[in-house]
Ligand binder design. Structure first.
Ligand code: CP
Length: 309
């Protein structure tokens, strides 16, 4: 297969296993490019991309911008906090105004689930979802699986546990879709109040005991508790959360085997993982960030190829 089955990347739910493998093979090439002395290729000199961020971001925003620049695209950046959204302008009006400046692709992070799907139905541009509320974060899941493949050789057949606030996590949902598509076994672990009731319909098991979950897995993806999306208390205190669901080096060292630790960032050090875990050889957190640039170059390149055709 030489092209994606989709014109937008709105979620892992909408793509195929073959799409994922094509993105990985393309990312392998771009990973080699970004490790050269000259880290840039002229592939997208005729493409203009708008990065629209209606929610805060460090890794995703910088990584998309770098990926676009490495491909020689023209880039404009929009942050809702400094825009006319604050004066009441709607999403469609905002985007249509930006598109009048002849933009070909929109990368958007938005607090509302489905914002990317909505946009794709109303405007003529390729849309990349950079995180829509608690729904999906497809490029994060792609870079996570790519990082597992890099560390362990393959994703198929691997045991992956996603630990923490599953309920409010777009990273969890996109990871579950991506891992299941590639044939990994997936469990979730966390306070039962933070695990959606439908989770088992996605082919995922719930393991409430962290030690058992870690003993079972090859990879633990540790998620942040998203206090900003909570309007009630889901557990008694941060201290109790950490005692039950936090990972420290003593816990890792007490397991029968060495597991891989992942985290999408930002980390709350001392809550979901301690610093000696975050900074250990077992953690591939900064590899995930590095791979994010290659994965986003691959996604943008493949979607842009469809615009050009
Ligand atoms: N992993 C992730 O989405 O981080 P940011 O919110 O900083 O982009």
């Amino acid at each position: 297969m030489s092209e994606l089955s989709v014109n937008h990347l709105l979620g892992i739910k909408y793509i195929t296993e073959a799409d994922i493998q094509l993105i990985f093979e393309t990312a392998d090439h771009f990973k080699e490019v970004i490790n050269r002395p000259i880290k840039k290729v002229p592939s997208l000199r005729d493409i203009t991309i708008a990065n629209l961020f209606f929610e805060n971001s460090t890794r995703t925003r910088l990584s998309f911008e770098l990926a676009e620049k490495r491909l020689s695209a023209d880039v404009i950046n929009f942050s809702a906090a400094q825009s006319s959204v604050k004066k009441g302008e709607t999403l469609i009006d905002t985007v249509n105004n930006i598109l009048s400046m002849k933009v070909d692709m929109v990368v958007m992070r938005h607090p509302n689930p489905g914002a990317g799907v909505f946009l794709s139905q109303h405007i003529q541009a390729s849309i990349v979802n950079a995180g829509d509320g608690a729904h999906e974060h497809p490029t994060q899941a792609l870079l996570d699986s790519y990082s597992i493949r890099e560390r362990l050789g393959d994703v198929a057949g691997k045991n992956v546990v996603i630990v923490g606030d599953i309920l409010h996590s777009r990273v969890a949902l996109s990871n579950i879709f991506a891992l299941k598509l590639q044939g990994a076994n997936v469990k979730v672990c966390g306070p039962l109040t933070l695990i959606p009731k439908y989770i088992e319909t996605l082919g995922v098991e719930v393991e409430p005991d962290l030690r058992k979950a870690l003993q079972w897995c090859d990879v633990a993806n540790m998620l942040r508790v998203q206090n900003e999306r909570m309007d009630i208390s889901y557990f008694p205190s941060t201290r109790e959360y950490t005692q039950q669901f936090g990972v420290d080096k003593a816990l890792l060292d007490s397991l029968d085997k060495e597991i891989v630790i992942m985290h999408p960032g930002p980390i709350n050090r001392g809550v979901e993982i301690t610093s000696d875990v975050a900074d250990s050889k077992q953690a591939i957190i900064l590899n995930q960030v590095e791979n994010g640039v290659a994965i986003r170059m691959a996604v943008i390149y493949l979607l842009a190829s469809k615009i050009k055709n």
